[in-house]
Design a protein around this ligand. Structure first.
Ligand SMILES: O=C(O)CCC(=O)C(=O)O
Ligand SMILES: [Fe+2]
Length: 279
């Protein structure tokens, strides 16, 4: 298995991209409409935020889950015991946000949301009839005005050397949502699990956009699209002293969207968050 970047402008882009999602759960796009300058500005500004004490003023709200999550409450992936070596901020347009960062991050959120609608149309259009006939509404419709779509700004601090031996930046997991859109981070480390169990590097050339299938689209497609396990490994050697910032947008359906005979989006999310011990 190999992950090749698909040219967003190519006449066969939809077909090539969806074929990659089907085979690997991941698709990589180049030559896409998200501005690199915008992404690199966000990395710079949020790195400064994570470096400042100001972040503690935005500690997450327990009920609504928006705001800053310090390393001490960072996630433990399903089936793992160690906390990931990361801190992060959950941005929702309705949630708390430092005033000086708001307009930039909101623009990115809205731009990427529009791109997501387009990519969900590609996915639907390229799905065989036997799969798409089970979608209860157009996929791109599911994310409109959902209020649940989450932009996570992740900061993986430089390694200090005193980490617990088996702790990693992000332990192996699957995403819960429909699809995730992620600009290549400023440092490598993201890996995806191939069907044969080996770990493959996701091409991290700055400017690539990485898209992956989450559990909700796997469920809605009757497992036609695989929600693939991925992780972020620790840097070695000289890279250990480098921080890494990444910016996944987790596209969530409206809570009332019916995913399958077994689940609405709301019931699915609650079940998964309970398993993770988040609610
Ligand atoms: O940091 C990354 O590259 C990926 C993060 C991720 O997989 C997640 O937060 O779900
Ligand atoms: Fe993930």
């Amino acid at each position: 298995m190999e992950l090749k970047a698909v040219d967003y402008q190519s006449p066969t882009a939809a077909e090539d991209f969806v074929e990659s999602l089907r085979q690997t759960g991941f698709g990589v796009l180049k030559n896409h409409p998200i501005s690199k300058q915008q992404v690199s500005n966000i990395y710079t500004h949020w790195q400064a935020f994570f470096n400042s004490q100001h972040k503690a003023d935005f500690t997450y709200n327990k009920g609504t889950q928006d705001g800053f999550f310090p390393q001490s409450v960072s996630e433990i992936a399903k089936g793992f015991k160690r906390k990931d070596i990361k801190e992060y901020y959950h941005y929702y347009p309705w949630g708390q946000c430092p005033a000086e960062l708001k307009s930039e991050i909101d623009k990115y959120y809205q731009d990427t949301l529009s791109l997501a609608e387009h990519l969900l149309n590609w996915i639907e259009q390229e799905s065989p009839e036997s799969v798409s006939k089970n979608f209860r509404e157009p996929l791109s419709n599911m994310i409109i005005n959902s209020g649940q779509t989450l932009l996570r700004i992740l900061h993986y601090p430089p390694l200090a050397g005193d980490e617990e031996p088996d702790a990693i930046r992000a332990a192996a997991h699957e995403d819960i949502n429909l699809i995730t859109i992620l600009p290549a981070a400023n440092e490598p480390g993201l890996q995806v699990k191939a069907k044969d169990g080996t770990w493959l590097e996701v091409p991290s050339d700055f400017g690539n956009l990485i898209v992956n299938i989450g559990d909700m689209l796997q469920e809605a497609s009757g497992h036609y699209f695989p929600s693939t396990t991925h992780r972020v490994v620790n840097p070695k050697g000289a890279d250990a002293t480098k921080a890494r910032i990444s910016l996944p947008l987790f596209l969530h359906p409206r809570p009332d969207v019916v995913l399958s005979d077994n689940y609405t989006a709301d019931a699915y999310l609650k079940e998964r968050l309970r398993e993770l011990g988040v609610v």
